[in-house]
Write a protein that binds this ligand. Structure first.
Ligand SMILES: *[C@@H]1O[C@H](CO)[C@@H](O)[C@H](O)[C@H]1NC(C)=O
Ligand SMILES: *[C@@H]1O[C@H](CO)[C@@H](O)[C@H](O)[C@H]1NC(C)=O
Ligand SMILES: *[C@@H]1O[C@H](CO)[C@@H](O)[C@H](O)[C@H]1NC(C)=O
Ligand SMILES: *[C@@H]1O[C@H](CO)[C@@H](O)[C@H](O)[C@H]1NC(C)=O
Ligand SMILES: *[C@@H]1O[C@H](CO)[C@@H](O)[C@H](O)[C@H]1NC(C)=O
Length: 556
């Protein structure tokens, strides 16, 4: 080899090694202590679940592709797990934190979650999936920023505020669980909260946020409640909706926003009003009994009280449902804005892909042996002793569950002969699937899929039929992870099953989740290849029937 060639090779090698060093994305380390504590979200002191002494828990503030390491110490008296709602865990359902993927963290022990927020931006949240812990706290926001070189379609806000909102029950999580285990509903909530607090108009409250005149702020809202849709609105200030669950939208101004259970969105608010206090209002949607609460925003240097006159809520009842569906339809993905990567859809577009499978899911509510259960297509899910993903990986799936107990088409009568069993669908790696949710009940549903985002292409009244596809938004539907299905309506979503793993598809309404309105989609890489899925991490806790089985050889 002549010297010029070898010199060139040396330079090339240096470039490659720089590239390799650069490809190690930054790490964020967290140490979280999960404990009980006392707080008064609705003014009544009660037991809550705290992370590092706080509810809401710490904000995970990171950037696309960052590595997140969270060492969780469970100091409760019960097994505990956190899931990272909306974080896709590419190739890595091992850390998804659902009962179908992980053994719970036993009381008095700790477990370290390690994951990467690969190719994602946006607003997400973490919460406990064990028992009814979600009703008591253990919840916080995850905000994923764009990498510095990726343009964001709005100016950098002066500050950003994480806001978890939702309904709240004064009964503790154990009482709620006892109700459900006894075959009863948890009933109605006692109120709604904003970041673990509630206040009524006129009560002198410390400001929750301070504005400087002329500046613009980003509020990241997540509805982390148990069952209640909410509407949020600011006195005197419009909101510009910029992001929903990981997608930048065509920016529109709104006076009020509906946020259904499990959904997250970011709005920009500009401090362009006379300096005084203003309320942020949260009110319940579609509930017989209305709930509301306020939080105070102060303009720096002024404390003139907020006006007692609150901005009007959207219409209730049937009109309100139409209003909310229209608002959903106004959300359009900004196709020219970069996502985590430029041109996230590559050279193909979801509207041009042929559907390889249609899964139609119908929810039901019924009593089995006198006990309340919820189901999808006639199967009410229960978790087996051993997490589904682990028994599947250890080759012992048939000891704990059967694949495909439900069909892709619902049975004629979804309430009849409901079966209680683990509900696992076999998904084919890389299939492009359409999932239709049809809600024949008279309450709103919301659904979430782990491991993926999906295109929410339609929500319509009535029953779904194949010819309804002509109404789909195949142009600029929002890529997100949660969809609402209004009473007597259906919703359709589409996604490519390109993320191998065992993924929870669930009602995000926690009573329904707990009593069976959920399933898992098993997406197996046909080749057991590291290209498609990570091997079982060394640190994974084993339990149930896999605790004493020999470990399968790692993927190669
Ligand atoms: C959150 O992360 C972004 C991007 O790295 C950074 O600009 C911002 O200052 C961080 N915010 C806080 C409160 O640490
Ligand atoms: C538990 O925490 C200790 C101390 O930080 C750490 O060394 C250990 O790796 C953790 N254990 C697990 C299973 O994550
Ligand atoms: C869409 O994104 C582009 C590129 O960032 C931006 O210039 C444009 O203003 C956005 N459009 C809307 C309507 O938000
Ligand atoms: C979709 O199916 C149609 C009809 O079978 C076929 O002509 C077309 O090439 C397919 N498109 C893609 C992208 O596979
Ligand atoms: C699941 O799907 C894969 C791919 O289509 C197939 O090879 C496998 O046999 C299926 N497994 C079951 C249990 O149906």
């Amino acid at each position: 080899m002549d010297t010029r060639k070898s010199g060139f090779l040396a330079v090339l090698l240096i470039f490659i090694s720089i590239a390799l060093v650069k490809s190690e994305d930054p790490y964020h380390f967290f140490e979280w202590k999960v404990t009980y504590g006392t707080m008064s979200p609705l003014g009544v002191p009660q037991q809550v679940i705290l992370i590092n002494d706080k509810f809401p828990g710490p904000v995970i503030n990171c950037t696309s592709n960052n590595n997140i390491v969270v060492n969780v110490f469970n100091n409760l008296d019960e097994p505990f797990l956190l899931t990272w709602n909306g974080i896709q865990h590419r190739k890595n359902s091992w850390v998804d934190g659902t009962p179908g993927t992980m053994c719970p963290i036993q009381p008095g022990t700790n477990f370290t979650y390690k994951f990467q927020v690969k190719d994602q931006i946006g607003t997400y949240y973490y919460f406990p999936t064990t028992a009814m812990h979600r009703a008591a706290g253990g919840i916080g926001v995850i905000q994923v920023h764009s990498r510095p070189l990726i343009p964001v379609p709005f100016d950098n806000p002066a500050d950003e505020f994480a806001v978890v909102v939702g309904d709240w029950f004064n009964k503790g999580h154990k009482s709620l669980k006892n109700l459900l285990d006894g075959g009863n509903s948890i009933g109605r909530p006692d109120g709604v909260h904003i970041n673990g607090k509630s206040a009524q108009v006129g009560a002198s409250a410390e400001p929750s946020w301070t504005f400087e005149a002329g500046k613009t702020y980003r509020f990241r809202f997540c509805n982390v409640g148990m069952r209640t849709s909410v509407n949020f609105r600011f006195q005197g200030h419009d909101m510009k909706l910029v992001e929903v669950e990981g997608s930048h939208l065509m920016q529109n101004d709104y006076m009020s926003m509906d946020l259904h259970v499990g959904q997250c969105m970011s709005v920009l608010v500009t401090a362009d009003q006379p300096p005084k206090d203003y309320y942020l209002v949260i009110s319940s949607r579609f509930t017989k009994q209305p709930y509301s609460t306020v939080a105070t925003i102060r303009y720096a240097g002024n404390s003139a009280p907020a006006s007692p006159e609150l901005p009007t809520p959207p219409p209730a009842g049937t009109l309100g449902i139409a209003w909310s569906i229209n608002q959903f339809r106004s959300f359009r993905w900004n196709l020219t804005a970069s996502a985590a990567r430029p041109n996230p859809q590559g050279s193909y577009h979801y509207g041009q892909i042929n559907i390889t499978r249609t899964i139609k899911l119908v929810n039901s509510r019924s009593y089995i042996d006198g006990k309340l259960r919820f189901a999808l297509n006639g199967v009410s899910h229960i978790d087996p002793k051993t997490p589904l993903k682990l028994v599947e990986y250890f080759g012992a799936a048939d000891k704990e569950f059967k694949y495909n107990l439900i069909q892709d088409e619902p049975p004629a009568d979804v309430e009849k002969n409901v079966k209680i069993a683990p509900n696992v669908l076999n998904g084919t790696y890389r299939n492009f699937v359409e999932i239709v949710f049809e809600n024949r009940e008279n309450t709103i549903q919301t659904y979430h899929l782990d491991g993926y985002s999906f295109f929410a292409v339609a929500i319509e009244p009535g029953k779904w039929a194949p010819e309804k596809r002509k109404n789909y938004n195949l142009e600029d539907a929002v890529s997100r992870h949660n969809v609402a299905v209004f009473p007597g309506c259906w919703a359709a979503v589409m996604t490519t099953l390109d993320n191998a793993g065992m993924w929870s598809l669930r009602s995000e309404m926690w009573e329904r989740f707990y009593l069976g309105q959920q399933l898992y989609v098993s997406v197996l890489s046909p080749e057991r290849s590291l290209r498609d899925e990570y091997s079982l991490p060394e640190t994974t806790q084993l339990c149930g029937i896999v605790a004493n089985l020999p470990k399968p050889p790692p993927y190669v």
